[in-house]
Design a protein around this ligand. Structure first.
Ligand code: NAP
Ligand code: G4F
Length: 328
């Protein structure tokens, strides 16, 4: 019998890579999509014929129960969220409803419809926030610095609570930043790669950014979805840090991205207060030791390869060599 997986957030960056992975493993893939006024399947255009779409919204528990009843998945990957930290400061209640309470709605729907479902929660390194330990591991105390981080802490703990209270096979991936050519344009890495491509093609001359000193542990999204799947194949549910173990600043990202096309970032990057945050996460670097030992997971794409891959993809997109986000 083919396994069946439900992905919430399938139209997002991770949803698209996870759907590709599960299809390659011969799963039936159900993608939950919320109602939008225009269809936004750019990232999954190349596989959309192989996905069964199910209407549902994390804000509406009845819709989640309905999706589970109709499609009876073996595995549920909860990737849906209001995922942009900056927006969480201006829309904290919506962020809490989606990114925090949305997890409870989905866990509760699973408890009601089929408690044997295996569940993955997309937790985040933003939960470590103002870090109290370097590097961060599964046992590091949490200190979130944004409404998004706070909401993810709630989602993380409610996942553990449903595991302990109802015996659900519920695992939480504490994933550090992961990027790709399919990353949303508002996140700093894609903003830089897209900005570099625009400048290289002579369509822009400057790139306005916020805090250049922030440091992140950046990996490739295609590698990280492998860890999500591996967690649900374990006999016992658990929590795992997924990271590269390296950290780099936004400035370093700029240096490599601009120099890849023969430019100097200093000639084009302008610091703009509008992109600073009310509270910043200065440094993230994860210890992926448990994921490596227990899941056998290793990242394959280096930091430099990631930056160059993103710049090359944006150049190709803007030159018209690519017409959608279904690469690479
Ligand atoms: P993303 O590109 O922003 O995708 C978010 C997805 O959530 C989209 O498909 C969006 O649908 C969907 N969504 C938003 N609100 C919803 C709602 N009320 N009901 C149903 N679906 C809703 O995010 P991502 O980068 O792929 O990240 C996936 C998950 O991992 C998120 O939970 C994120 O917080 C978490 N995470 C990401 C990272 C990272 O570095 N990427 C690191 C740690 C954790 P629309 O297309 O309709 O907007
Ligand atoms: O790319 P970012 O917006 O990602 P952030 O805030 O680290 O969050 C991402 O990673 C989390 C995992 O740790 C996920 F949970 C979350 O969903 C999301 O995917 O910002 C990265 C850093 C920040 O320190 C920010 O202040 O870049 C700094 N930055 C500097 N200039 C900027 C900019 N960020 C953005 N978005 N735009 C700028 O112009």
């Amino acid at each position: 019998m083919k396994k069946r997986a439900l992905i919430t957030g399938i139209t997002g960056q991770d949803g698209s890579y996870l759907a590709e992975l599960l299809l390659a493993k011969d799963y039936d893939v159900i993608g939950m999509v919320r109602r939008t006024s225009t269809v936004n399947y750019e990232r999954i255009a190349h596989i959309q014929d192989r996905i069964t779409f199910a209407p549902g919204d994390l804000l509406d528990e009845a819709s989640l129960i309905e999706v589970l009843r109709e499609h009876r998945p073996d595995e549920v990957y909860n990737l849906a969220a209001q995922s942009f930290v900056q927006t969480s400061f201006s829309q904290p209640v919506l962020t809490g409803e989606t990114t925090a309470l949305g997890v409870t709605r989905l866990l509760d729907a699973i408890r009601i419809v089929d408690p044997d479902v295996r569940f993955y929660q997309a937790s985040s390194s933003e939960m470590f926030g103002k870090v109290v330990e370097v590097p961060q591991r599964e046992t590091t105390p949490l200190y979130p610095r944004s409404p998004y981080g706070v909401a993810k802490v709630y989602g993380h703990w409610i996942t553990i609570n449903y595991r302990e209270s109802y015996g659900l096979h519920a695992s939480s991936g504490m994933l550090f930043n992961h990027e790709s050519p399919r990353r949303g344009l508002e996140f700093v890495t894609r903003k830089i790669s897209h900005g570099v491509a625009q400048i290289k093609l002579g369509r822009e001359s400057e790139l306005r950014l916020g805090n250049l000193e922030a440091q992140r542990d950046w990996g490739f999204a295609g590698d990280y979805v492998e860890a999500m799947w591996a967690m649900l194949q374990r006999d016992e549910p658990d929590d795992y840090v997924v990271a590269t173990g390296e950290t780099h600043s936004v400035r370093e990202f700029c240096e490599i991205a601009f120099s890849h096309v023969g430019l100097d970032y200093d000639d084009h990057v302008v610091v703009d207060e509008r992109f600073m945050r009310p509270a910043e996460v200065d440094l993230l670097v994860g210890d992926p030791g448990k994921a490596r030992t227990v899941l056998g997971w290793e990242p394959q794409v280096s930091f430099r390869q990631l930056v160059e891959m993103m710049v090359d993809a944006d150049l190709a997109l803007l030159r018209g060599d690519l017409n959608d986000l279904s690469h690479p």
